[in-house]
Design a protein around this ligand. Sequence first.
Ligand code: FMN
Length: 213
Amino acid sequence: MHFLRMTSFCLSDATSVTASANTSSSAPFPLDSRRSVPARLLGEPGPDEAGLLRLLQSAVRVPDHGKRVPFRFVRIAGPVRERMGEALAAIALRRDPGASQAVLDKERQRFCHAPVVVAVVAVLDPLDRQIPEQERLLSAGCTCFALLQAAQSMGFGASWLTGWPAYDPEVHALLGMSAHERVAGFVHIGTPTAEVPERDRPDPRALLTDLVL
Ligand SMILES: Cc1cc2nc3c(=O)[nH]c(=O)nc-3n(C[C@H](O)[C@H](O)[C@H](O)COP(=O)(O)O)c2cc1C
């Protein structure tokens, strides 16, 4: 029942937003079922052009202080994934000349499992003195999470990953990033090839305290 209510919340106009919250219900709602699907378990098909734009339509709907839109997206899909893998292996070898073939092969595969990988780039204007950089970075992070949610809602699986390539200047150059940009994450999207077991989740009761003054 809660699920249906959420659905109408999403699709209808602003008047629904004023509907009173059902705070007593323990029924699950869609957020409760989100889980990552490891990249190696993501196969074809991935979202096509229209599908990805639909996902991004949801992903950009994030809290954004001052409407800075501090994010953009770089799609890594199709044959470019293998070329990116070769580039990663070359960079990895420069970083560690003693890297084994197994390590380099893993780098070659890094972006080749899921059909689509979206690099979410945080765009952090250094001249912006009004909105703290942290807030803009958080908005970019929110788009990663929203993209995960949207992908799962559309029947795909997804994973938000970083690893060393997210922080490497040579990778940044390949992605066409400028000095004031950072990788918020690589969101790998595809069709799950296996069921992913649930993992332990934090108990919110252990995390919640009341301010006492
Ligand atoms: C910013 C960020 C970067 C992450 N990078 C990695 C990563 O490089 N490798 C990895 O195994 N998990 C990474 N994770 C964790 C996964 O996205 C995911 O949360 C984890 O596998 C647990 O799955 P769950 O989303 O179902 O809880 C990252 C998470 C965040 C928020």
